[in-house]
Write a protein that binds this ligand. Structure first.
Ligand code: SF4
Length: 181
């Protein structure tokens, strides 16, 4: 693995001698996307893959996200990794509701995304039945590279999200679908 350090590219803008101008959405997006605080909601095997993603070999800290939060109020990315039983659905939803906006969600692995092999009465057939999901990571389990790929897709979303997106009618309609005001 390369040890070369890279610096995030500046957003598109206008530059000249002694000045650089861009818009506020891009500056905030750049800052947010490189300082995401994840909350791991790990219930089973996929959670172990997430632990490997945090370890020194894969090192999520390279993306500015080494600060794992187990407090929803200090997190902006919910990483759901593992089988979610129907009884856990309300708990997962409660954790999501306790996170402040803007918040994003990754569904890691087949179980979180669709129930996986557990097509049974007790397992939630996908966390998007109770909360909205931004990125799905396939696999049973996904390798850490796949989790990092999903994480980088979240970074792209965060980087390009307009600051006022959460105030739009489309976003409010999405939340209303989940019964969230
Ligand atoms: S997707 Fe596979 S590895 Fe992940 S929690 Fe389900 S059974 Fe385990």
């Amino acid at each position: 693995m390369s040890t070369e350090l890279t610096i995030s590219k500046a957003p598109a803008g206008v530059e000249g001698p002694g000045f650089f101008a861009t818009n506020i959405d891009k500056v905030i997006g750049l800052a947010r996307s490189n300082s995401i605080w994840p909350l791991p909601f790990a219930t089973s095997c996929c959670g172990i893959e997430f632990m490997a993603t945090m370890g020194s070999n894969y090192d999520l800290a390279r993306f500015g996200s080494e600060r794992i939060s187990f407090s929803p109020r200090q997190a902006d990315l919910l990483i759901v990794a593992g089988t979610i039983a129907k009884k856990m659905g309300p708990v997962l939803r409660q954790v999501y509701l306790q996170m402040a906006e803007p918040r994003w969600v990754i569904s890691v692995g087949a179980c979180a995304s669709s129930g996986g092999i557990f097509d049974t009465y007790s397992v939630l057939q996908g966390i998007d039945k109770v909360i909205p999901v931004d990125v799905y990571v396939p696999g049973c389990p996904p390798r850490p590279e796949q989790i990092i790929d999903g994480f980088m897709k979240i970074q792209e979303l965060v980087k390009n999200e307009p600051v006022r997106r959460r105030n739009t009618d489309e976003y409010k309609a999405l939340m209303e679908q989940y019964g969230i005001q």
